[in-house]
Design a protein around this ligand. Structure first.
Ligand code: NAP
Ligand code: 8YV
Length: 334
């Protein structure tokens, strides 16, 4: 219910969210659950004009494809910090604000990046398999590569990149980075391209956003620059990585090993990656703790509650600034 106006506010929810978000949304809005409809297209025709806000997730994909049917929607609240599945500029042209869920997931994603790094270098899953399979009875596990003496290159020095860098500081390694801009006051070496960063590093952690601008930013040139002792950790998006080049680089020993949380075509992982033992493969679980996923789900709901309470969005994406500029408090939710 929009308490100010005393009329129900209709929200379209494209995909399931966690119970914490369901409860908050149900309490205040009339929620239309698209994934439960047998004929989604027909359902949208019926209820579309009445919809004023959208709650969505990465799983739904390109939400812009249904915006023509939602002419009165003014806000898209998306689960996840990455929002490359939404064309936020197109939304802005339609006068629609987009929100995502930054900050609340930084620590868990950074923890996972460090865990994946150590698991890859010290071959923790492989060593676990050595014990479980009984092979320890026939001999010790072989010696592994190390973090010691490595320079860690961080590709992307935003919220999560900084949280990862802070954790690596505790491991006593040198840290370098590349992003579009050099940041004043950061005590890490800046490199002006991904290739230059890889050449200066022997462990590359990728944490830039996905989308067209970063597609295949990590290509064969970057992998060659990382070198035969180099290790790649990707906790960003599969699209950032030229996956075919990665397979080739690993098979040919152009780099030593990799730890991956994300893939080009999730949940499909190429058989050639699955076949290699110098890889640690995770199923996109960077933020996947109960604590963090609940915080993300709550923020999806809170953005809608704040907007329809006339207080504006809590965490709008940069492309939505143009929509928000010029809006006064009184016309924020019109
Ligand atoms: P953020 O604060 O926006 O930081 C992004 C960083 O990437 C910034 O330093 C930015 O550069 C840099 N960057 C953007 N485009 C670039 C380009 N074309 N070339 C080089 N650098 C570029 O984002 P965040 O909150 O840290 O999140 C980063 C990404 O992590 C998300 O978008 C998402 O895809 C991914 N993620 C994955 C998981 C998982 O489960 N594995 C979980 C959460 C997030 P400037 O500083 O110069 O602007
Ligand atoms: C989520 C993520 O798992 O926030 C992101 O960008 O990649 C993850 O935290 C993903 O968005 C789930 O849809």
């Amino acid at each position: 219910m929009n308490e100010a106006a005393g009329v129900p506010v209709h929200i379209l929810q494209t995909t399931p969210l966690l119970p914490i978000a369901d409860a908050l949304l149900k309490d205040r809005f009339t929620v239309h659950r698209l994934w439960e409809q047998e004929d989604a297209a027909r359902y949208l025709e019926e209820i579309g004009p009445g919809i004023r806000g959208i709650a969505t997730t990465h799983q739904f994909g390109a939400v812009n494809r249904i915006l023509d049917q939602l002419p009165n929607a003014r806000i898209i609240s998306s689960f996840g910090v990455g929002y490359e599945h939404i064309d936020a500029e197109d939304a802005a042209r339609r006068g629609i604000v987009v929100t995502n869920t930054p900050d609340v997931l930084d620590d868990d994603v950074a923890d996972l990046a460090l865990a994946l790094t150590l698991a890859t270098l010290r071959q923790i899953p492989q060593a676990d398999r050595h014990v479980r399979s009984g092979r320890w009875l026939s001999g010790p596990y072989p010696l592994t590569p190390t973090l010691r003496g490595r320079t860690v290159g961080i590709l992307g020095m935003g919220r999560i990149g900084k949280a990862i860098a802070r954790r690596f500081e505790g491991f006593g390694v040198d840290i370098a980075y590349h992003a579009r801009h050099r940041q004043d006051g950061l005590g890490y070496a800046y490199h002006d391209s991904a290739v230059a960063l890889a050449a200066a590093s022997d462990l590359l952690v990728v944490i830039v956003p996905g989308g067209a601008a970063t597609r295949h930013l990590v290509d064969m040139q970057v992998l060659n620059a990382l070198g035969p002792q180099g290790v790649l950790i990707n906790v960003a998006r599969g699209s950032v990585m030229d996956e075919a080049a990665l397979v080739e680089a690993l098979e040919e020993g152009r780099i030593l090993a990799a730890g991956l949380d994300v893939y080009q075509d999730e949940p499909n992982v190429p058989a050639r990656l699955l076949a290699m033992d110098q890889l640690v493969l995770l199923p996109h679980v960077g933020s996947a703790t109960v604590h963090t996923r609940n915080a993300m789900a709550r923020l999806v709901a809170d953005n809608l509650l704040s907007w329809f309470g006339g207080k504006g969005p809590l965490t709008p994406v940069p492309e939505s600034r143009a929509v928000l500029e010029g809006m006064t408090h009184s016309n924020l939710i019109k």
